[in-house]
Design a protein around this ligand. Structure first.
Ligand SMILES: *[C@@H]1O[C@H](CO)[C@@H](O)[C@H](O)[C@H]1NC(C)=O
Ligand SMILES: *[C@@H]1O[C@H](CO)[C@@H](O)[C@H](O)[C@H]1NC(C)=O
Ligand SMILES: *[C@@H]1O[C@H](CO)[C@@H](O)[C@H](O)[C@H]1NC(C)=O
Ligand SMILES: *[C@@H]1O[C@H](CO)[C@@H](O)[C@H](O)[C@H]1NC(C)=O
Ligand SMILES: *[C@@H]1O[C@H](CO)[C@@H](O)[C@H](O)[C@H]1NC(C)=O
Ligand SMILES: *[C@@H]1O[C@H](CO)[C@@H](O)[C@H](O)[C@H]1NC(C)=O
Length: 762
């Protein structure tokens, strides 16, 4: 597997020192240098050590990618004097396979950054990319150019991908085309495609890869993401009662996810860490769907290291948190042994399936879906080929029915994905293991480095396809560009009211913005209100209507010594039409809705109270709100002082201008959350312009709005920005749990046809 500790110099030294002892050097570093790059060793110069060559981006090691130290002290493959090891520039497969058209410039070989353009002969029409660039991962940008003439055939000319050759030139129903790759290229994807009645070819366009061709994280996440999402969304949950307890089960049965990570010879702690993080990210992403899979997670080399087994899940409810903790605390380094037994992994998964079947019976087993995900380079040297075991697994899940054209009824119940990762990948051994083979969904991915995996899984949820999920966001570094910030806070909105009154707001449904009531003045009309939210359909949104909380009355307590009283300081703005939901624009979750229960992973019948207990659970709760300075948006960190800490916090309200009462509770009712001050930590303080913004909390990958920024005791920052509180400055925010009836009345209104109402908990 991939490692990156630089041992070479140290290895040579230790080798010398240990010469007289029982350890000696198996291999030497003579002739090992690589021109234009460097190498690393996984186990110094001991036998079994893997020498990995590294080249700069856009180059690959040639002639060997890796060398293995043999027991007899020689390297395999042995370095050859007449063909010195060097870094070669990336080459892309030959594009001159285009039929009925010209490729320019005509070259024998095409290298990194070379550009090509495509043109059809007259009478032929063009599809695909008319110009393509050779990319650092060994692929052409864009899509395969195709020149074709309308022959009235049922399917369109499927074209010929670069580096490939095709047999089959008629494209009517049931006609088959077959692909192979030229020279030392190998085929990825469907080698055979059949024209179907619906005018589509079966499978997916294949591609020709070199050993130096890799998939980018984005490609993998798109392909894997769309495939796994199909499984996850068809297995949408429903409620069920078992032994008096409501549990959530999937509609069409249970989903079992088996994950295996090859850690053989991994002396590099970083590798294990990255693998653990990637798996954690994946299961966290899956938890964003309303599916509750059983997990079987193992690391393996010549033996299996259990993290969690399916049978643990079958016994009782293993919480996702437990899985993550087990992953986190697992330290594989001590138990590393030599060798890799990939077959053992599949045998072990087969055993788990047999146990499930035993437990739930044959009928019950029919409702079990199985998804196997393996991360390996495929270099197994023990246990033989896993292919026969994969056949047994198929047999078990398919219930002995061979899957052919006539019978695909059980094909949906088993998926085997292989993430081939490493400097040298054994594609020939790995590719046949994917299930189902030859479908349009990709199940085999080639990646260079495990560190790309996290990014891959981070990109997996394509929000366009999971519109219903409130609060879903991406974890971008706040220092990232504007677009990154937008994806981190896809719900934020700016509210501008005439005379330059500026507030923040939050998108709470595709049609409504939640903000503070005090942003409005008596006599404001909908056309005076501008909402800014860039959903690609125009930045300024037209406002149809707005509604302040009916109890909001700023002068209600003048007589009691509160010049401006901000209780119930919330308002909802209804837009003229729904905004376009995307990665960058998506509603935040708000309290007491079913969606929020799902986001909080509350299983079964949940209550508003449960949500509140989860979100405001301790006496000091970390919360955030946003601030806008110019065009940049920053996150402020605050702590809500609850329970015993609340009284001290709200006492400082008495220091605010315009408050003459001696009782802080007159001004700060129970509907407010109190933040600010310097104890126990220095909070940020709200600035002019932060009003109406969401006070929120992230829960896994979802954001839940807890409150609305309302007012503060001091104006420390008229210009906005990230400003720290002084000792006694306090901010007060309307706790949304206290204004649910108002939210429900407007957002949950199902007595209208204009917009889709939110489902509130009863
Ligand atoms: C293609 O790339 C190679 C290697 O960088 C370069 O030497 C050559 O000039 C390029 N050819 C064209 C037509 O750009
Ligand atoms: C799940 O069940 C629904 C009906 O309850 C059905 O429409 C759907 O096709 C089923 N999905 C699978 C994957 O079997
Ligand atoms: C499948 O076949 C095997 C052996 O051929 C048999 O033992 C098993 O009972 C069969 N399973 C089913 C579900 O028919
Ligand atoms: C297809 O599979 C179903 C259920 O797995 C089975 O009932 C049916 O007999 C099979 N049909 C064929 C032609 O094998
Ligand atoms: C606001 O409160 C004051 C004092 O109680 C009352 O006189 C006034 O009518 C209230 N305004 C509204 C709009 O309810
Ligand atoms: C599942 O339970 C939740 C919470 O009790 C409820 O709102 C929802 O309607 C239930 N779903 C089904 C399909 O019964």
């Amino acid at each position: 597997m991939g490692f990156s500790v630089s041992w070479s110099w140290f290895a040579a030294l230790s080798c010398l020192l240990l010469m007289g002892g029982e350890v000696w050097c198996d291999c030497t570093e003579d002739n090992m240098q690589i021109e234009g790059g460097h190498y690393t060793l996984t186990k110094r110069l001991e036998k079994g050590s893997l020498l990995l060559y590294h080249c700069p981006e856009g180059y690959y090691p040639y002639p060997a990618l890796t060398r293995l130290c043999q027991p007899d002290g020689t390297w395999r493959p042995a370095p050859k004097r007449h063909s010195p090891q060097r870094c070669r520039i990336i080459e892309c497969p030959d594009p001159n396979v285009l039929e009925y058209g010209n490729v320019s410039p005509p070259q024998e070989k095409y290298f990194l950054h070379n550009e090509t353009t495509y043109e059809c002969y007259s009478g032929y029409s063009f599809r695909g990319s008319s110009s393509r660039v050779c990319l650092p991962n060994g692929k052409w940008s864009g899509s395969t150019p195709i020149c074709s003439r309308d022959t009235g055939a049922n399917c369109a000319d499927p074209g010929i991908p670069p580096g490939a050759s095709r047999t089959g030139n008629s494209f009517d129903i049931d006609d088959t085309v077959k692909y192979s790759c030229i020279g030392n290229l190998f085929l990825m994807g469907s080698s055979e495609r059949v024209c179907q009645e619906n005018g589509q070819w079966t499978g997916k366009e294949p591609a020709c890869y070199y050993k130096h061709t890799y998939d980018t994280p984005l490609e993998v996440s798109e392909a894997f993401g769309s495939s796994i999402k199909d499984t996850l969304t068809t297995l949408e949950s429903v409620n069920d009662t078992q032994e008096g307890r409501i549990i959530r089960i999937s509609k069409n049965g249970t989903l079992n996810i088996y994950i295996a990570v090859d850690v053989s010879e991994s002396i590099d702690k970083n590798y294990i860490k990255q693998a653990k993080e990637a798996v954690t990210k994946l299961i966290t992403k899956i938890a964003g769907f309303s599916v509750t899979p059983n997990y079987d997670i193992v690391f393996f080399s010549s033996e299996i290291f259990d993290i969690v087994r399916i049978t643990d899940f079958m016994k009782g409810n293993v919480a996702l948190k437990t899985v993550k903790d087990k992953l986190e605390s697992y330290n594989v380094v001590e138990s590393i042994t030599a060798g890799t037994d990939l077959n053992l992994v599949f045998r072990s998964f087969l055993e788990q399936m047999a146990l499930i079947k035993q437990q739930v019976g044959v009928e019950g087993f029919k409702e079990h879906h199985h998804v196997i995900i393996v991360f390996t380079d495929g270099a197994y040297n023990m246990g033989g080929s896993p292919a026969p075991t994969v056949e047994k697994i198929k047999n078990m899940v398919y219930m002995n029915h061979t899957i052919g054209k006539q019978n695909q009824s059980r094909e949906d119940y088993l998926d085997i994905y292989i993430f081939a990762i490493g400097a040298e990948i054994f594609d020939d051994d790995l590719q046949p293991l994917i299930v189902p083979a030859g479908t349009s969904d990709r199940h085999y991915f080639r990646m260079k480095d495990i560190k790309d995996l996290q990014e891959t899984f981070d990109e997996i949820i394509d929000e366009n396809e999971v519109k219903g999920l409130c609060g879903l966001h991406r974890d971008y570094n706040p220092l990232d560009n504007k677009e990154g910030t937008r994806k981190m806070y896809p719900w934020y909105a700016y509210v501008n009211i005439k005379e330059g009154r500026k507030c923040l707001g939050s998108l709470v449904t595709p049609r409504f913005i939640l903000t503070a009531a005090h942003c409005f003045k008596f006599g404001d009309l909908p056309e005076d209100v501008k909402v800014e939210l860039d959903d690609g359909q125009g930045i300024e949104k037209k406002v149809k209507y707005f509604k302040l909380h009916p109890n909001y009355n700023v002068s209600a307590k003048v007589k009691e010594g509160v010049k401006e009283f901000y209780d119930y300081d919330v308002a909802l703005i209804q837009l003229d039409q729904d905004v376009q939901i995307s990665t960058a624009v998506r509603p935040i979750c708000i309290p007491c809705t079913q969606e929020t229960s799902d986001a909080l992973q509350l299983i079964g019948k949940s209550t508003c109270k449960q949500q509140e207990q989860l979100l405001l659970k301790t006496h000091l709760e970390n919360l955030n709100f946003l601030t806008r300075t110019g065009h940049s948006v920053d996150k402020k960190d605050v702590i809500a002082k609850l329970g015993d800490n609340r009284d001290t916090c709200i006492n400082h309200a008495l220091e605010a201008v315009g408050i003459t009462t001696k009782n802080p509770k007159v001004a700060v009712t129970d509907n407010f959350l109190c933040t600010g001050g310097r104890t126990p930590f220095r909070d940020h303080i709200a600035c002019t312009g932060d009003s109406g913004g969401a006070v929120f909390k992230n829960y896994e990958h979802r954001t839940i709005q807890i409150a609305v920024v309302s007012w503060g005791t001091k104006n420390l920052c008229k210009a906005g920005g990230l400003v720290e509180s002084d000792e006694t400055s306090r901010d007060f925010h309307i706790n949304l749990f206290k204004v649910v009836p108002f939210l429900k009345e407007v957002l949950g209104n199902d007595n209208q046809e204009e917009f889709a109402p939110l489902t509130f908990l009863s």
